[in-house]
Design a protein around this ligand. Structure first.
Ligand code: G3H
Length: 481
């Protein structure tokens, strides 16, 4: 509500995934703390947002688009000054390499400027009138109300802002809860928020999700829920809302994107893209390739080349030059990945690459698993980490069946040079996923492309222009000619 409060209550320590030498041996480094708020604190914050929205009559939703853009521009200028601080926290909190942390920051700034440009376009177009049946209509975009915004740990800045910025600039007011891993990096931006927007327009809620979020959802005062996270959590939160039919949900959820490497593939290209697709940021991307279907005729060579390339990856700390494999921020992840690998081995798969799956503290060296079958957990579960399952196939119907039966529907990558077969695969895939990549890994960008998913993978569409639409509603002002 426009004020920075000194917190006197309980706090939660934040531990980096980096271990440092102490007198007691190797210990995780404590890098800060955040307030543990409770339901009453969260409700107080909620009412700040409700008051600022004031049923659409508050200062912020009543402002012109030009004025709102000016506020966002002011914020962005201040944000840019905090680049080094935010980048450093990104590295320490979630183990993202220096280069990738800088990219995440710069991509976010670019996203804000692209959003401003897209909004200017929408605004210009709203002065285009519809004339039909003797009626003149002007289509405006109006805000939806109070938005609860939650981002993920793997892109705690960028993906939070891909919902927060469009929601804000369209005139909604916001409550924003930073992810558990990736909280501290938002601290340097709080003053910039306070100094750029009217009080109550953007409010930060700290604390444990399960003690603050239910009270917010159950209040019935949240008009839009936006979450980048798991389908399970999203379903649970939606059910807490007393009038779920009045709640708009804009969600980026689980995914199990498949690569299909057909017989006519350029093998080196497929290996390069599958490496990037499955192991960038240790495989912790919703768009990561999480299962590779490889034609029988190529499987031996594919596995050999993948194993060689994985062997070249450099494991190290985030600021080391050329580092690829960094510490995993989720403390239970190494054990979970081990469980997936052991289960696959038990059902007949082998770890193909040297040192595959070996772990030390928060590090896990990537494991290339083959042959993977539907008996294994890794076939069904989203590993969200450095485990690369390879499935040999003989008939193209096998991978098609996998993507058709999957409860996920985000993206697929198809490799090959046989135009007829690729076309057939594209036709099958477009009814299952929301993006089909040809001879390329799966990815969200460019950020101006619509980003969504089918089935359990998403609700609503994100990316620059699509997000502005998602966080607003069309209102027609009409008169007789
Ligand atoms: O984690 C999910 C992100 O949307 C992935 O984005 O493809 O740009 O890495 P990215």
């Amino acid at each position: 509500n426009g004020e920075m409060r000194q917190w006197t209550g309980k706090t939660q320590d934040v531990w980096s995934p980096v271990y440092v030498k102490t007198e007691k041996g190797l210990e995780q480094k404590r890098i800060g703390s955040y307030p543990i708020t409770d339901a009453p604190d969260a409700i107080e914050v909620l009412y700040a947002a409700v008051k600022a929205y004031n049923n659409g009559r508050g200062e912020w939703p009543s402002m012109s688009v030009k004025q709102r853009i000016e506020c966002v521009e002011r914020f962005t200028q201040k944000m840019i000054q905090k680049r080094d601080e935010v980048v450093k926290l990104l590295m320490w909190e979630i183990g993202k390499s220096l280069g990738d942390s800088q990219k995440e920051f710069d991509r976010t700034v670019q996203y804000i400027y692209d959003t401003i440009d897209a909004l200017k376009d929408i605004d210009r177009n709203s002065s285009t009138f519809l004339i039909e049946e003797g009626i003149i209509g002007q289509v405006r975009r109006s805000p939806l109300g109070v938005v609860l915004c939650m981002g993920p740990f793997n892109y705690p800045l960028n993906e939070t802002f891909t919902t927060l910025i469009p929601a804000l600039i369209m005139g909604n007011t916001l409550l924003f809860k930073p992810p558990k891993h990736g909280t501290l990096l938002h601290y340097p931006l709080l003053e910039a928020f306070r100094d750029s927007f009217p009080a109550g327009v953007i409010n930060t809620v700290y604390g444990r999700g399960n003690s603050v979020i239910p009270s917010l959802m159950e209040s019935g005062k949240i008009d839009v829920l936006t979450l980048i996270g798991s389908s399970k959590v999203a379903d649970k939160l939606k059910k807490m809302h007393p009038k779920v039919n009045r709640l708009r949900a804009i969600l980026g959820l689980d995914a199990k994107n498949a690569a299909i490497v057909t017989e006519s593939s350029d093998l080196e290209l497929a290996v390069k893209e599958c490496m990037l697709g499955s192991l960038s940021f240790n495989g912790q991307r919703c768009t990561a390739l999480k299962i590779m279907f490889v034609h029988d005729t190529l499987i031996e060579k594919f596995n050999q080349r993948m194993a060689e390339e994985i062997g070249k990856l450099k494991l190290g700390l985030m600021w080391e030059k050329g580092v690829n494999i960094t510490p995993l921020p989720e403390p239970n992840k190494p054990a979970y990945l081990k469980e997936l690998i052991e289960d696959a081995k038990l059902h007949g798969a082998k770890v193909i690459n040297e040192n595959g799956g070996e772990s030390f503290k928060s590090f896990v060296f990537p494991a290339l698993l083959s042959p993977v079958t539907s008996q294994m957990k890794i076939w069904h579960e989203e590993q969200f980490g450095p485990v690369v399952p390879v499935v040999p196939f003989n008939n193209i119907e096998e991978p098609i069946e996998y993507i058709t039966n999957s409860s996920h529907g985000q993206q697929v990558s198809i490799f090959g040079t046989d135009v007829n077969q690729i076309s057939e695969l594209i036709d099958a895939a477009v009814n299952q996923v929301s993006r089909v990549n040809i001879n390329a890994q799966c990815q969200r960008g460019p950020d101006t492309f619509p980003f969504t998913g089918r089935k359990d993978s998403a609700e609503g569409t994100l990316s620059v222009t699509a997000a502005l639409r998602s966080f607003s509603i069309r209102t027609v002002v009409a008169t007789k000619q």
